[in-house]
Design a protein around this ligand. Sequence first.
Ligand code: MF3
Ligand code: CO
Length: 264
Amino acid sequence: MSYIIKTASEIKKMRISGKLVSEVLEMIEEYIKPNISTEKINNICHDYIVTQQKAIPACLGYHGFPKSICISINDTVCHGIPSDSKNLKEGDIVNIDVAIIKNGYHGDASKMFYVGKISDLAKRLCEVTRESLYQALNIVRPGIPLYKIGETIEKYVQKEKFSVVKEYCGHGIGYNFHEQPHILHYKNKKNNNIVEENMIFTIEPMINTGGAEVKCMKDGWTVKTKDRSLSAQYEHTILVTKDGCNILTWQKNETIPSILINQP
Ligand code: MF3
Ligand code: CO
């Protein structure tokens, strides 16, 4: 069992799990092209996790989720199920959400991929979503109330005239895939617990070009925007350090540093 504050030995394992997740997201980039099926993308990731990394895909079988990763395209907000009958096409924006278990500990991250040339609106949505995550990462340090994370994301996204999905949140992560605390991506003063050193949690804003409302499809998993507007998401697993945070799922092509020192 792991608690809100991780021990040194748990942190060591979480660094490994985070690194494996980032390697999957780096590995899959070259396959994101028109006409590939989402089933094929799932299978490549699954085989890489199981065979190369000797790790376990955490989504597979989680509350009955049928595949190893989530793939959410365009108006799909999250939890898209990879399928043989779903092919990527030019202009799509695609979220790939990867979670793994190694040595009993979880890592979890997601990012957006562009299929060929995408619209200006789609590009701006993805950039704003990533920037909202980065702005939140830039304020995380011991002593701040948890609601500051959501406040930072919501303020920036509202300024850009997009909306923040309220139904899903970031989460503590460790021995369990999802544990305390909940990390809301909007301001909620009730969420006034204080961030402490050696907490590990995800931040994973889902942002829509239209309204914030979402709708779960009949498959019980796929979540779409109610108004069918575009949606994007970026997610990192982070460790709170004495003066900022470490991004455990940092990837090579990111412009934000993997170690952030955040002054009050
Ligand atoms: N990876 C998602 C998260 O960020 C959870 C997916 S749950 C699944 O928390 F069952 F759909 F895989
Ligand atoms: Co998550």
